[in-house]
Design a binder for this molecule. Structure first.
Ligand SMILES: Nc1ncnc2c1ncn2[C@@H]1O[C@H](COP(=O)(O)OP(=O)(O)OP(=O)(O)O)[C@@H](O)[C@H]1O
Ligand SMILES: [Mg+2]
Length: 353
């Protein structure tokens, strides 16, 4: 038996407007899959259908091989064996922390439920706050309690909808790590929704990228999504790209910083080349003739990296500008004369139009 979540060909519409178009996914036990997509692409809708909060219209959902939803079948959310955690999953304000976690364990004898709740609070590092009320905790602490509550009943599947988006950056990083380690220890299937690509990269074993109209554009490991994006939209998920227009000739396309090999696109075809800002190699001096001489227009320190604008100094592409990301700070005066070339791992070629 294959444990985990299966979503088979789910399509969904609200008042005649299609939201999901034949979405399928499989999450084996122990794996975390992220749904990544723009606002309105149907991420929460798919999650709510899996949870049973929204009635399925077309397709089928199984959890540990039990059909929980298909046309004519609707297992209610509380009988699906799922743990839920949302961005604004408010804890019950009038209950203590431990009672919040015990809430979903009402089928167990009270002392057993309490023992389990304390174990879960310990796992998320909140056992010292058991007797407090939610308003006495920070947002991050409340989110840990929500995680403990979701996992306490030993669900078969955990569904997370942008669980960290209400937290500030430093808190988010920490809670994200802790949540991941708790989920990995529990060995259950997890479906998480986010529109933050970095969060998806960090958390996911596999990522499903949804289009604005609810189709799955690409599915793969984080490295596949980053290094082999199937189209311009997926490539652009990770932010600004440098754009060059060109034509395929002899299996490559010209760029101001050398030729870029093209695979699987016909000769003579007009193409777009997208190059990530981190996809440049900068060297001092003339780089033995491999790089293109460039000058620095501006630099901006962002913290752990800098954004540097470069302009080609000579040749037929003189004046072409690029945005480059380099680790740490960047002192243009100290670097002297610079050459730049493109790292092919960060350059993507797609047919125009
Ligand atoms: N109950 C509903 N009734 C009518 N339309 C709905 C309902 N729920 C969602 N929609 C619509 O379905 C589309 C998808 O919504 P959904 O909440 O699934 O998007 P999302 O991908 O989670 O977006 P976000 O990133 O903003 O959370 C949106 O156009 C939304 O307005
Ligand atoms: Mg949503």
């Amino acid at each position: 038996m294959m444990k985990g979540l299966h979503v088979h060909g789910v399509s969904h519409a609200f008042d005649g407007h299609p939201v999901l178009d034949n979405a399928s996914l499989t999450i084996p036990a122990g794996e975390l899959v992220c749904l990544l997509g723009p606002s309105g692409s149907g991420k929460s809708t798919l999650l709510r259908i899996a949870a049973g909060l929204e009635r399925l219209q077309r397709g089928r959902i199984t959890i540990d091989e039990q059909v929980v939803a298909e046309p004519g079948t609707h297992v209610p959310p509380e009988d699906r064996g799922i743990g839920l955690m949302f961005q604004d999953y408010a804890l019950f304000p009038h209950l203590t922390i431990v009672d919040n976690v015990t809430f979903g364990l009402s089928r167990q004898p009270r002392h057993r439920a309490r023992k389990r709740a304390m174990e879960m609070l310990e796992q998320v590092g909140m056992e010292g706050h058991a007797g407090k009320h939610p308003h006495m905790l920070s947002g991050g602490q409340q989110q840990r309690v929500a995680l403990a509550r979701a996992l306490a009943p030993e669900p078969r599947l955990v569904l997370l909808d942008e669980p960290f988006s209400g937290l500030d950056t430093s808190m988010r990083a920490k809670i994200r790590e802790d949540t991941l380690s708790v989920l990995k220890q529990s060995g259950i299937a997890t479906l998480m929704v986010t529109h933050d690509p970095e969060e998806a990269m960090f958390m996911a074993d596999r990522i499903k990228v949804l289009s604005h109209d609810g189709r799955i554009l690409q599915a793969g490991r984080p490295a596949d999504i980053y290094y082999q994006p199937v189209d311009e939209y997926v490539a652009m998920l990770f932010g600004h790209m440098n754009l060059i227009h060109g034509v395929v000739s002899e299996g490559a396309v010209d760029s101001p910083m050398g030729r870029i090999a093209v695979d699987g696109i016909d000769e003579g075809r007009a193409v777009k080349v997208l190059i990530r800002p981190e996809g440049f190699v900068l060297t001092n001096g003339v780089d033995g003739g491999v790089g293109t001489p460039v000058e620095v227009i501006s630099t901006h320190l962002l913290g752990h990296s800098s954004i540097v604008r470069l302009r080609v100094r000579e040749g037929k592409n003189m004046g072409a500008e690029f945005q480059v990301r380099v680790p740490g700070s960047f002192d243009a005066a100290e670097k002297g004369r610079l050459s730049a070339r493109i790292d092919a791992h960060h350059a993507f070629v797609y047919p125009e139009g």
